[in-house]
Design a protein around this ligand. Sequence first.
Ligand SMILES: Cc1ncc(COP(=O)(O)O)c(C=O)c1O
Length: 350
Amino acid sequence: MIRNDIKQLAAYHVPDADGLIKLDAMENPYPLPDALRRQWAERLAQAQVNRYPDAGMHDLRAAIAEREGVKPEQVLLGNGSDEIIQMALIAADSGACVIPQPTFVMYELISRWLKRPVATVPLGKGFSLDAEAFLRVCAREKAAIAFLACPNNPTGNLWPRDTVRQIADNFRGLLVIDEAYRPFAETTHADLISPHAIVLRTFSKLGLAGLRVGYALGCADTIEALGKVRLPYNINSLSQLSLAFFLEHFDVFEQQAASIRAERGRLMAALLAMDEVEVFPSQTNFLLMRVPDADAAFEGLKARGILVKNLHGAGDVLKQCLRVTVGLPEENDRFIEALKEIVRETAASA
Ligand SMILES: Cc1ncc(COP(=O)(O)O)c(C=O)c1O
């Protein structure tokens, strides 16, 4: 009835965060300003929910295209960038999907849904990526598609532009350069767009995770082809209306991203000052750190009302690692105080 390999899969797990300070999912912690929230509600009241949504979304794509300096036909909208990852994996030629290890889990998970073989290229020291090794695996596996998250999740680092360029210049399948964390990296690889490479973006990390809207930028032919495996009406009317409204007020989200970047620096400095914690450089809205006992730290933080992501058990490179999303200043203070306490307790009981 149901494929055996699907039954064996571990489902994407979303932990219950009820009553906890939520620092596990790379969301923007800042709420919408009240005045903006009221205007948004007025705009939403115009939604014609008895009708199907605008299927082609030309105006919305044109608004995004204008911001990005491309043509509307170079923009594809998805129900989160997750959906575009799925569209790319459906539409690409048959052949393996090549990804660095570790990276964003959905590349592998969706490949498995689609019975597409996956080959991984382990990251090196400092989570570095060896472009030649990556290209060798692509050739060996006859890869049809590859993903590079720039910056990478969960490691937080951004590979040098030349590394990404070397892969983009030489890979002959479809390269998806995933820039989900672009607002925190302040750099783009959009100049690498070609018939072989698309760039993926999302509004989720900027403060609109609940809308579920992501987009791809690419050559018009590639975008048109990918659009053929898009479910009709994939972006619902409320999300379309909301996004059109928020694009008119985008400075709010850009300012919040700047505050998050500043807070990231403060959080990083506090973690660097803790001898027991090794914290890794980040160009994202989260920090990856290695602690003496990740399981104990995760549980200890949870007991103190803070939810982070425990990556211990997700492969050797992430041994004893936790990932914490940059929160509000007071949330970050609580996290630091709690972690200090836990690390002291662990040292005392060792
Ligand atoms: C690298 C990367 N790409 C894509 C996504 C998915 O984002 P969206 O909310 O747009 O589906 C995430 C979410 O964590 C991510 O880390």
